[in-house]
Design a protein around this ligand. Structure first.
Ligand code: CTP
Ligand code: MG
Length: 384
């Protein structure tokens, strides 16, 4: 009940799908028949008191096996006849009827309630949305006139009425053959019909292309669009004799190396911080505090693996990285490719998605005098 009024939904499913090339009711979208999805949209909507379905006997059998409490009548050979049949079995106490095409499975619950409430207030109300295309009247393949788009709405279903208003229209125009919807009959009675703007997703599956659109709407991926985030990382380590020079998980033979609790891999540390930054998950110090003696001498690849786990737990995936190492020595450019390969392996990326380069510091300051190396990284992640 809405506003103490008994609400009946009439789902018309008697069409033969001429434009689809076959009947549409049982065609599956993401594994579920169109008609079942449509019925579910109303079952899942609160305040609806009965669902009446007009369809052929074969379809009726399948619906009965799946749903309880649905009143079913035979469909007719026109949409109007199917509607007339459905109206014959509507509950006596029904006050508001919502007529819906079975071929519109993506109708939104909020829109259903909005159009019903509007009909309670205004006697007759339909869902619709502004026309997106310019629409022209044509005659024998020639344009006769261009209609003013701002004034045009595509009209959807449900189309809702006070039951007595619809009964009056159906009685007066019972033999109408032209109307493609019921609201045009109510309109002919001279009754004002309110248009409630609804979602563009409420398409009528009509031609084969619509099935592809419907698949997209129905797939979970359509609702969960992935987000792209970028993170920035920086690190610096002193250089010291007797240490290994390891950058990006790759060792370059040199007489000095990077000092740190771990192997001092300044490149991996900058990348890890950037990746954590992209998902707002802190920085590597949170996971491996410098006071933790168990990390003494560990390979930074272990740290990178931990970061990859954190990313996974947040449904995030690195898709690209761009790294700059700032080092006066050793010469890095001969090792670019090996370092990129190493990074690709550690972070599970194709070589095309790993950028690595090095710069010197022109003998300026600690880095320029080979007392330290630093690295900057930008990492892009996709989050599902
Ligand atoms: N309908 C109905 N009874 C009919 C004809 C149509 O109940 N005799 C229903 C359809 O099942 C559909 C809606 O009315 O849910 C109108 O949509 P439409 O796309 O016209 O469906 P079809 O008539 O099946 O398709 P076509 O016009 O291409 O033949
Ligand atoms: Mg039709």
């Amino acid at each position: 009940m809405i506003d103490k009024k008994f609400v009946s939904v009439l789902i018309l499913a008697g069409g033969t799908g001429t434009r689809m090339g076959k009947p549409k009711q049982m065609l599956e979208i993401a594994g579920e028949p169109i008609l079942f999805r449509t019925i579910r949209a109303f079952i899942d909507t609160k305040h609806i008191d009965e669902i009446v379905l007009a369809c052929d006997k074969k379809v009726a059998k399948k619906v009965r096996a799946k749903f309880k409490n649905i009143k079913i009548c035979d469909s007719g050979n026109t949409r109007l006849k199917s509607l007339q049949n459905a109206m014959k079995i509507v509950a006596e106490k029904s006050k508001i009827v919502a007529v819906h095409d079975s071929a519109r499975p993506f109708v939104d619950k909020k829109d259903i309630l909005a159009v019903i409430k509007s009909a309670i207030k205004h006697k007759a109300s339909v869902l619709g949305a502004p026309a997106k295309n310019t629409i022209k009247e044509i005659e024998k393949d020639n344009v006769k006139k261009t209609l003013q788009r701002e004034k045009l709405y595509e009209i959807y279903t449900p189309q809702c009425y006070e039951i007595k208003t619809l009964r009056r229209a159906l009685e007066k125009f019972k033999n109408n053959k032209k109307a493609t919807d019921d609201s045009s009959l109510v309109e002919k009675l001279g009754i004002k019909i309110k248009v409630v703007q609804g979602s563009y997703k409420n398409i009528k599956i009509t031609t084969p292309e619509d099935l592809q659109i419907a698949e997209t709407f129905a797939s979970k991926g359509a609702e969960k669009v992935s987000k792209t985030r970028v993170g920035l990382g920086f690190d610096l380590h002193r250089m010291e004799k007797g240490r290994k020079f390891i950058v990006g998980g790759y060792e370059i033979k040199h007489n000095k190396g990077l000092l740190g609790h771990s192997d001092g891999d300044v490149v991996l540390h900058a990348i890890c911080d950037a990746a954590l930054g992209a998902i707002c998950a802190g920085e590597i110090g949170l996971y491996y505090p410098p006071t933790d003696i168990t990390i003494m001498g560990i390979s930074s690849v272990v740290i990178a693996e931990k970061v990859m786990e954190v990313l996974k737990s947040k449904k995030a995936k690195i898709v690209h990285m761009d790294v700059t190492l700032i080092a006066e020595e050793p010469k890095i450019s001969p090792h670019y490719n090996e370092i990129r390969k190493s990074l690709g392996k550690i972070f599970k990326l194709n070589l095309d998605d790993v950028s690595f380069k090095a710069k010197s510091y022109e003998h300026v300051g600690a880095i320029g005098n080979a007392k330290a190396c630093s690295a900057h990284a930008i990492v892009t992640v996709e989050i599902k």
